[in-house]
Ligand binder design. Sequence first.
Ligand code: AMP
Ligand code: MN
Ligand code: MN
Length: 339
Amino acid sequence: MTEATELVGSELDLVAEEIRAGDRFLLTTHENPDGDALGSLLAVHRILETLGKDSLMFLTAKEFPLPVEYRFLPLEEVFHEPPADISDRVVIFLDCGNIDRMPVDFLREARNKVINIDHHHDNTRFGTINLIDVEASCTAEIVYDLAGLLGVEMTPELANALYVALVTDTGKFMYENTDGRSHRMAAGLIDAGVQVNEVYRRLYEHSPIEKLKLLARALEKIELLDDGRLAVTYISGDDYTSTGASEALTEGVIDHLRTVDGTVVAAVVRDQSDGGRAARKVSMRSTDGRVDVSAIARVHGGGGHRRAAGFGTDLPYEQVVEFLIGEIAAQLGGPPTSG
Ligand code: AMP
Ligand code: MN
Ligand code: MN
């Protein structure tokens, strides 16, 4: 056992103790929640309920409707307003690398005990207890271990929530974060009752036609720049209007860009429709690991993993592209011709 895993092990024990001792909890995750965010949120909620705790899930109203992929998860109980007894609750953040990824004043200013459970290497450790396992493919992997430690029975519903998180964060077990541990977890979840094909169909084969129309627009506008090192596209407000698609239907577009031969970094720049925050969101993927996209994201206050990261910005598309090309060149030691 390495020093890092020992440390994580002791944090896991601490979190388990905190959960056993606590009574009331509030659970949350990052904005624009993905499968790991929502799966881990629901899983911890069920674990706490099983232990007889009072648990509330919280997400802001702007996150609804959720991306269509995840609407089959039973998340009807999610709260959009702070509960009156918030100051008496232990707050648990899941899959959230920094507190600004849940931009809600009552949480930012809270004096509550905060448990921070995450797998991002750039997690800012904003919690009272920080259970950060960068070796975990998804936050749900940590939650799975926690359930085991707490002796909570793996019901089909709990297993389903964890499986959704695992499948989405590992790119269906294909990203480099996939290892024996993620497959052993998958085996455990399937033994507990996950219907693999049913989950797959719900996640990937229930797309509204508008999603495909938006994808078609995005693919039509692909640019291969920097001698093919950067595959990038722009999804504008016009594209939402003309296809009838909402911003939530942009999920997965980036997976198509990364498939282009020779691509080192894939990026999707999209207009954000909810106003108030940055005008645009930039999602990035590093295909072969040579570029650390989380470092690029941090320049603009974002973050993520080395191979998957994002940030918000008000820069116009052309300037985002210029910025990305500059950052890629800086990391690869120069532009394509000299490198
Ligand atoms: P996305 O491109 O939205 O699928 O996000 C890819 C990864 O980057 C995920 O692990 C996110 O948690 C992380 N990420 C995306 N946007 C941000 C941001 N604004 N700040 C910090 N991390 C982010
Ligand atoms: Mn996430
Ligand atoms: Mn995650």
